[in-house]
Design a protein around this ligand. Structure first.
Ligand code: AFP
Length: 317
């Protein structure tokens, strides 16, 4: 990014312009959705500038001030936050304000993950308005705080990546229409849990390391920060997995604000996302902090592990 030249350019596609362009495709829209997105973007800028300090609190505070949403579910709060009636709108926001936080002190990339639902209908909001299948999600994204601050967003018509230009204080479109490669050369999983894995997962990782079809072994890349691992997977291809194991029979990652947003983005980019039993977005969570195993990434790579799980299922029958 040539900051000098950019400073004089006026045709830059900022995320604000991008969202307003998207809004113009919906003449019926009142702009509430764009307001909500702009507040989430502002929140991410706060966190980006204050990741090690007050950023977290601001994100939650900000989210409560916009009169466009009614329920917030945050990884940081045990209970859902119901916005007071006078400030209530029609959207539900699920988010992990600082994913990968155990990596902060060693400077590894961390991120904010978010997903947006519409209330089921205009009644007194209840948890049912957020315990919706991932298919009902209207938009999802993440903001990665690393060597650069990158926000990846989908509002249901493709995936676009924006990089924060600190000199402008604006997110600029740098990765238009992201499409994940159909097949990748990387697998990403915490192999420290290998001894507790189920059969299909162990078999798949074995295939990645020792392919019998003459193809080259895949490389292992695992950061331990989902936003960073998924961002690499989206751009380079391959597969990211957090399988179930004997210690965590439902895996570790949370359905509403980790599995669903990342699965929504992956499918919008041409990849897929699987739980070991079903398409991840078909899940209907029963609790706001519910966990699920997850295998997401390049279409062909996820197809391979689906085949192993289905074969294991058939053997059981
Ligand atoms: P933290 O937010 O506690 O750092 O957890 C990060 C995370 O939720 C996700 O970002 C990683 O993919 C996953 O957990 C890493 O888990 P393991 O440390 O068990 O591999």
């Amino acid at each position: 990014m040539d900051h000098e030249a950019d400073a004089h350019r006026t045709d830059l596609m900022t995320i604000t312009r991008f969202v307003l362009n998207e809004q113009s495709k919906h003449p019926e829209s009142r702009g509430d959705f764009s307001i909500l997105l702009s507040h989430i973007v502002l929140g991410c800028k706060f966190v980006c500038s204050a990741v090690n300090k007050a950023g977290l609190a601001k994100l939650i505070g900000l989210a409560g001030e916009t009169n466009v949403q009614c329920i917030l579910v945050s990884e940081e709060d045990e209970e859902a936050i119901f916005v007071e009636p006078s400030k209530r709108g029609k959207y539900c926001v699920v988010f992990d304000p600082l994913d990968g936080s155990s990596n902060i002190d060693c400077g590894v990339s961390i991120g904010t993950i978010f997903g947006i639902y519409m209330m089921k209908d205009s009644h007194e909001p209840t948890l049912d308005d957020v315990l919706q299948p991932g298919n009902n999600m209207l938009a999802a994204g993440y903001c990665m705080y690393g060597s650069s601050c990158t926000l990846v967003l989908s509002t249901g018509s493709g995936v676009n990546g924006f990089t924060l230009d600190p000199s402008l204080g604006e997110f600029i479109l740098t990765h238009p229409d992201i499409k994940i490669p159909k097949k990748g050369k990387i697998y990403s999983v915490n192999e420290g849990n290998a001894k507790n894995w189920d059969g299909p997962t162990a078999k798949y990782v074995e295939k990645c390391k020792f392919p019998k079809d003459g193809s080259s072994p895949k490389s292992l890349r695992y950061i331990g920060s989902m936003v960073a691992d998924v961002h690499r997977t989206l751009l380079y291809g391959g597969i990211f997995m957090y399988p179930r194991d004997k210690k965590s029979p439902n895996g570790k990652l949370r359905v509403l604000y980790e599995v669903f947003p990342m699965s929504f983005l992956m499918e919008q980019a041409g990849g897929q996302s699987f739980t070991g039993k079903q398409r991840a977005l078909d899940l209907v969570p029963k609790k706001i902090h519910e966990r699920s195993p997850i295998f997401l990434g390049s279409y062909d790579d996820v197809e391979e592990i689906k085949a192993l799980f289905y074969a294991a299922e058939e053997k059981k029958e």
